[in-house]
Design a protein around this ligand. Structure first.
Ligand SMILES: Cc1cc2nc3c(=O)[nH]c(=O)nc-3n(C[C@H](O)[C@H](O)[C@H](O)COP(=O)(O)OP(=O)(O)OC[C@H]3O[C@@H](n4cnc5c(N)ncnc54)[C@H](O)[C@@H]3O)c2cc1C
Length: 440
């Protein structure tokens, strides 16, 4: 790591999340000098495994991983990382219209199945090659114009089936269904081979043994890139030879090429000269559906494994058991609107969690409000209607500047896998371009 100072490199990478670290590693592997500029005082971005108030290390950002995610799996294989399963679930709760029902987990899954099957119908037709979705099929384009709420209204389902499938996808979108693009469901299910259950498992069952910090440490141990913390990039000015990046500390970095890996909703905070395409700026300003919360809780006593759902009008729409600590239970919950729940407030979170378990007693809560974080402004990327083609637009370079990151991945966008895929493509393309030019 180095402190702020003027420097010149082959490639400057804005953002030190998984995408930035992977891009830096790959560029250094290709023999190029790469400098990763991270605004925060730590690397990893939304991969953030840290000590918590709950008495154990927790994934404050993303955590779930799966073998269905090929780019992530390849990194895990290369670095010898393993997965482990989170707590086993015995029963489910369904809360709706003020009434809670407890049932065996298989009954809850059974009740959700008709809606899950219907909402995912057509996934493989819309996205026959889900890692290369562009140009979009007509079916994908149609689905991208429709919200999940609109699609659900069309389906022949009972009111409860409709509300259950909406609750489940509210968890995945981390936001309300009237904002959510139906195409996003088809895309994710297509990535899971058309199997909605496996899609669900990819986002709920397995975590990295030792945490996502294991992946970050493994990349850093190998990487020949330089990483600079507290390096907030405020502008990128291009000329015929490359670009000059201005940092908030007043220093300048000159680079032949630039990769911007910041979350899509914060791209427009940086000044670009020449300006970015109007479509990129509009997409960045429009933000994404995922404006919700992820909150960890430590509850008194041992609680049998469960998962609980509620529709999107509740502050928490999903809660479940994850780990045991001493004689207590660690629970994980998600809600669709960060504005509705202060996840640092034990009493507020307890009140929300008691919607399912009235006797629940919380001793501590922990989490980070990513939606309110000015360097993120969302949780994980989930698209609004009409945004799918914005992804294609963000994959178009602008002179010496190109974009990468989990938000704009072609495949598993909104996931670690997508961050890796997108970064590897950007690094590959730049290495080819600079190699064709020769010299430095
Ligand atoms: C609560 C939550 C739960 C999630 N759950 C999962 C999950 O279970 N499984 C999964 O696969 N994915 C999950 N995700 C998504 C996953 O974490 C992200 O898709 C992935 O980490 C994105 O990596 P990235 O490098 O593209 O972006 P980021 O990790 O966001 O990195 C971008 C970096 O850019 C920095 N930055 C921003 N602006 C500037 C600037 N101007 N100058 C310099 N630096 C800047 C930021 O500080 C940040 O470190 C979750 C995310 C969240 C928030």
């Amino acid at each position: 790591m180095s402190s702020g100072k003027d420097s010149a490199v082959d490639v400057a990478i804005v953002g030190g999340g998984i995408a930035g670290l992977i891009a830096g590693r790959d560029l250094a592997r290709a023999g190029l000098s790469a400098l990763v500029l991270e605004a925060k005082d730590r690397l990893g971005g939304r991969a953030f495994h840290r000590d918590s108030k709950l008495g154990m290390k927790l994934e404050i950002g993303g955590g779930f991983v799966h073998w269905l995610q090929p780019h992530l799996w390849a990194e895990m294989l290369a670095y010898g990382l393993e997965i482990e399963s989170v707590a086993w679930i015995e029963h489910g709760y369904w809360l709706d219209k003020g009434e809670v029902r407890k049932m065996p987990i298989m009954d809850l899954m059974g009740a959700m199945t008709p809606g899950e099957i219907r909402i995912a119908e057509g996934a493989l037709e819309a996205f026959p090659n889900p890692h290369a979705p562009f140009p979009l099929t007509d079916a994908a384009r149609r689905a991208d114009r429709m919200t999940v709420a609109q699609r659900l209204a069309e389906l022949d389902l009972s009111d409860e089936e409709r509300r259950m499938v909406a609750a489940h996808w509210t968890l995945s979108f981390n936001g309300p269904m009237e904002d959510a693009a139906w195409s996003q469901i088809l895309r994710l299910v297509a990535l899971a081979g058309g199997d909605w259950k496996m899609r669900g498992q990819a986002e709920s069952r397995y975590v990295l043994k030792g945490g996502t910090s294991m992946l970050i440490d493994a990349i850093l141990a190998e990487s020949g890139a330089e990483h600079r913390l507290n390096a907030h990039v405020i502008s990128i000015v291009q000329d015929e030879k490359g670009a000059a990046l201005s940092l908030a500390d007043g220093s300048i970095v000159r680079a032949r090429e630039v990769i911007v890996t910041v979350p899509m909703p914060v791209v427009h905070d940086m000044a670009f000269d020449p300006p970015l395409s109007a479509r990129k700026v509009a997409a960045s300003r429009r933000n994404q559906v995922s404006q919700g919360v992820k909150v960890w809780m430590r509850a008194k006593g041992k609680i049998d494994g469960f998962i609980a759902f509620a529709p999107e009008d509740y502050p928490l729409t999903m809660m479940g058991t994850e780990y045991d600590v001493d004689d207590d239970t660690i629970l994980l919950a998600f809600g669709p609107r960060s504005s509705d729940l202060d996840i640092r407030d034990v009493a507020a979170v307890q009140a929300a969690a008691r919607q399912w378990l009235p006797d629940l007693e919380l001793v501590a809560v922990d989490g980070h409000d990513w939606s309110a974080d000015p360097l993120c402004r969302e949780t994980w990327a989930m698209l609004r209607t009409g945004q799918l083609e914005d992804i294609e637009e963000f994959n178009r370079p602008e002179g010496h500047v190109r974009f990468a990151g989990g938000d704009i991945a072609l495949g598993w966008a909104g996931h670690f896998d997508g961050a890796i895929e997108s970064a590897r493509r950007a690094a590959r393309d730049i290495a080819r371009k600079l190699s064709a030019q020769g010299g430095s």
